[in-house]
Design a protein around this ligand. Structure first.
Ligand SMILES: [Zn+2]
Length: 238
């Protein structure tokens, strides 16, 4: 704000708080000089808004430092969020002009003449659906294409993938409940062979394991409690 704007600001403040304005002429001149020095970087409109905010929640007289520190915090926040976008229409080989354009953008953002240029979040906005589709295609450590190409050589894994894709229960997502098997999550079902050997079941998982996976998929039904049957603190129904 220009020094010439300070008397106008003090007059506005006096409307809310007459204590701030000096009546003695010498004091008035000194006050104007002091405020002008402290608020040199602060735009006039910002200072007026800061004064309004201050008196909306405080009965203490406002100090120029209250406005200056608020302004500094606002500038810090804007600079932290701004990404220094590439200047458009400036020859990047012209270092002088390029630096000048960058500095001009920063100044304009700091003083609020230009909006902050922020990174766009990948997970939001019109591109979100496309990103999601790409992520689905990507798979995890194997791309979906690679997984499909390898399907012939990994029949168990392929069967599992196609079951998951079709929304069928994935038996390998649970431990096998069969006593003689007890295969862990992700491991195929086996049956005991001679001499302590284990044979992998070629026909797929044990049926009770598939059943257990089906149960795990279904949400537990919520049974509403009958009215007036809330248990009391000692556990018996009222
Ligand atoms: Zn099993």
């Amino acid at each position: 704000m220009k020094p010439s704007e300070v008397p106008q600001l003090l007059a506005e403040i006096a409307l809310a708080d007459p204590r701030v304005r000096r009546t003695n002429e010498i004091e008035q001149a000194a006050q104007t000089r002091m405020w002008a020095g402290i608020l040199a970087d602060v735009p006039y409109d910002y200072a007026v808004r800061a004064v309004q905010t201050h008196y909306a929640k405080s009965t203490w007289p406002i100090l120029p430092a209250d406005i200056a520190t608020q302004w500094a915090a606002t500038v810090r926040d804007r600079m932290r969020r701004d990404i220094d976008p590439t200047p458009i229409g400036v020859d990047p080989d012209d270092a002088e002009a390029y630096r000048h354009a960058l500095a001009a953008h920063r100044r304009a953002v700091a003083t609020g003449q230009q909006p902050v240029v922020e990174h766009q979040a990948l997970a939001a906005g019109p591109e979100a659906a496309e990103v999601e589709a790409r992520m689905a295609k990507l798979g995890d450590y194997l791309t979906t294409e690679a997984r499909d190409a390898l399907a012939a050589y990994r029949p168990a894994a392929a069967a599992r993938t196609s079951a998951i894709r079709a929304g069928h229960p994935d038996a390998l997502s649970v431990d096998c409940p069969v006593e003689s098997c007890r295969a862990y999550v992700g491991r195929p079902c086996t049956r005991p062979g001679r001499g302590g050997a284990r044979h992998t079941l070629t026909a797929g998982a044990h049926p009770s394991r598939t059943e257990a996976a089906t149960t795990a998929m279904k949400p537990t039904p919520v049974v509403p409690a009958p009215a007036g049957a809330w248990p009391t603190k000692n556990g018996t129904a009222a």
